[in-house]
Ligand binder design. Structure first.
Ligand code: GAR
Length: 221
């Protein structure tokens, strides 16, 4: 596709950026047909910014503590994204609730990874809550973002089993290992045009998705 614009991905982070790293690696290996054109963090000095810099990716810090309100911050963030251009905005541990105006502006180009098997366990402390409830499985979901928190249509999931001696930390480590497989795969599908959101639903290979595909930890064994 000589002369065609590369598919432009912006990754938004707040912290360690291990999912960002997985996406950086997948782009470097040619598994994602696109370019990470920028990494934006709402927190200065985080490890994810170092990962981006080490990969030669432009970084921007938009510190939320300097904004007078959530709406003001989101307007600044949206203005920056529109001015610099993005085909896909990937939330990778971006720990902020986005205002409805922001989400509506980018809906269909905005995805998130959430550490639960949605629609179960929206919000925070998902792993501790799953263990406390006696669940036998936990996991993560990649979904399109809509104004309602963690409620957008799910593109794909990955599941792990919860063992008898499971702790929040051990479960988080297992789920994160799956996140690092799942997120680059979904970004790759979107970059290839295989997945999109139409009328509030996920379409894959030109058919509406009736149930999201689910990767299982045992599949790797
Ligand atoms: C990930 O585990 C992701 O699922 C979670 O934050 C972590 C970021 O890790 N996201 C949420 O909880 C969103 N509600 P990372 O910075 O190492 O990629």
């Amino acid at each position: 596709m000589s002369g065609a614009q590369p598919f432009r991905i912006k990754v938004l982070i707040s912290g360690s950026g291990t999912n960002l790293q997985a996406i950086i690696d997948a782009v470097a290996q040619g598994a994602i047909a696109g370019q990470i054109t920028e990494v934006i963090s709402n927190r200065p000095g985080v490890r994810g910014l170092e990962r981006a810099q080490a990969a030669g990716i432009r970084t921007t810090v938009l510190d939320h503590r300097r904004a007078p309100s959530r709406e003001e911050y989101d307007r600044e963030l949206a203005g920056h994204i529109e001015a610099t251009g993005a085909d896909l905005i990937v939330l990778a541990g971006f720990m902020r609730i986005l205002s409805d105006g922001f989400v509506e502006q980018f809906m269909g180009r905005l995805i998130n990874i959430h550490p639960s098997l949605l629609p179960a366990y929206r919000g925070l402390h998902t792993h501790a809550r799953a263990i406390a409830a006696g669940e036998s499985e936990a996991g993560c979901s990649v979904h399109y973002v809509i104004p309602e928190l963690d409620a957008g249509p799910v593109i794909a999931q990955a599941a792990v089993s919860i063992e008898a001696e499971e702790t929040e930390a051990s479960l988080q480590a297992k789920v994160q290992a799956m996140e690092h497989q799942l997120y680059p795969q979904v970004v790759g599908w979107i970059a290839e045009g295989r997945v999109e959101m139409r009328e509030g639903m996920v379409w894959m290979d030109d058919s509406p998705l009736s149930a999201p595909p689910c990767l299982r930890a045992e599949d790797n064994a």
